[in-house]
Design a protein around this ligand. Structure first.
Ligand code: ACO
Length: 319
């Protein structure tokens, strides 16, 4: 078994930003309430003609350019989303066609906000085993489509976007370890229960969340899985150069950082301007910190995420 490493990152955000002030005009809420409870001031919303595969296309091209690879090189696409273009074909296959990739496997992963970590972990196994030489891994969401814009408890939290990475074989380990979990007994605290039967949508297509239950679950699960990742590598929190967390709520991020003993300047946050982009949030934050030069070769980077399922995970990288 060899190793894989991230050879390039890319991201894409839709053109339209939607601020808290604009939401204030539509429903009974305030910038002060939203920002103080969540850390969010604004989020991006896709145009009605933009699908998850369109956002993914831009992010993927940027990651491929950064890694110096072309469509001919890509031999695996793993795409994480909870907002696929269609029931089928998979959004990964639609992306493959748009990119002009004509060989290798392409499939979707559904693990909600933890989807990108699940997807990278799977692609890592393909690349490290030698089965693939150039994997494109994408987290992409048009989450705004799942929101009831009259429900102030949920619509203020989420945004749209996409992030991507290219994984290539490496002599030295780039992905040191990944730690994935799920507990289906908690599926009811965060769900979108709509399903199609006999050509008709049944139940609720909108996201439903018990915010306090999710908050409590997330804080405990993230502390546990971050400690699991560190212990598996004989490390402690102070060894980390960067924490790149799922961007759900600044208070959840701070709770995790406090448990790890990490100061604020070692945490990458995009929440204030992007909101929670679900499976796209970790690769969007990773790309931001790579492109502005915060993450440097040799740095130790911890990724973590939690989401519906409930699912959660952490991944330790040597950049
Ligand atoms: N504006 C104004 N008031 C609001 C808003 C809003 N946008 N949303 C809720 N309120 C009101 C409620 O109606 C309620 O009023 P009431 O007491 O008169 O009924 C009051 O604020 C308190 O509501 P709570 O839901 O108890 O508010 P809470 O302090 O729990 O904060 C929040 C809600 C921010 C969602 C919090 O629970 C949270 O962050 N939970 C984590 C969930 C999360 O981050 N989910 C993201 C998706 S999951 C993931 O990515 C892991």
């Amino acid at each position: 078994m060899g190793h894989s490493r991230i050879a390039g990152t890319g991201a894409y955000l839709p053109a339209k930003a939607l601020t808290n002030q604009e939401i204030e005009q539509r429903i009974e809420t305030s910038d002060e309430w939203i920002f103080s409870r969540t850390g969010i001031r604004s989020r991006f919303v896709a145009d009605e003609n933009e699908q998850a595969s369109d956002l993914a296309l831009h992010a993927s091209r940027r990651a491929m350019d950064a890694a110096g690879v072309t469509a001919d090189d890509v031999d695996l696409i793993v795409l994480a989303t909870s907002t696929p273009d269609l029931i089928f074909p998979s959004t990964a296959c639609l992306l493959q066609q748009k990119l002009g990739v004509t060989h290798g496997a392409a499939f979707d992963i559904q693990a909600a906000c933890t989807g990108f970590l699940y997807a990278v972990s799977i692609a890592d196994k393909f690349v490290a085993s030698g089965q693939c030489k150039c994997a494109l891994v994408v987290g992409t969401e048009v989450f705004s489509r799942l929101l009831d814009w009259s429900d102030r408890r949920t619509c203020v939290l989420f945004g749209d976007g996409a992030g991507a990475v290219i994984l290539r074989p490496s002599a030295e380990p780039g992905i040191l370890s990944s730690h994935l979990h799920a507990d289906g007994r908690q599926s009811h605290i965060l769900e979108a229960t709509g399903y199609v039967q006999d050509g008709v949508l049944h139940d609720h297509a909108f996201l439903h969340m018990d915010g306090q239950a999710v908050f409590k679950f997330a804080v405990r699960a993230l502390e546990d899985v971050c400690n699991e990742a560190l212990a598996a590598n004989g490390l402690v929190g102070s060894d980390l150069d960067w924490l790149v967390p799922h961007q759900a709520n600044v208070r959840i991020i701070q709770a995790t950082a406090n448990k790890l003993g990490l100061p604020a300047d070692k945490i990458v946050t995009t929440l204030e301007t992007q909101g929670n982009t679900s499976a796209a949030s970790v690769p969007l934050a990773l790309d931001a910190a790579v492109r502005d030069g915060r993450i440097q070769p040799g740095h130790l980077v911890l990724l973590e995420a939690v989401g519906a399922g409930m699912t959660w995970g952490a991944m330790l990288l040597r950049w």
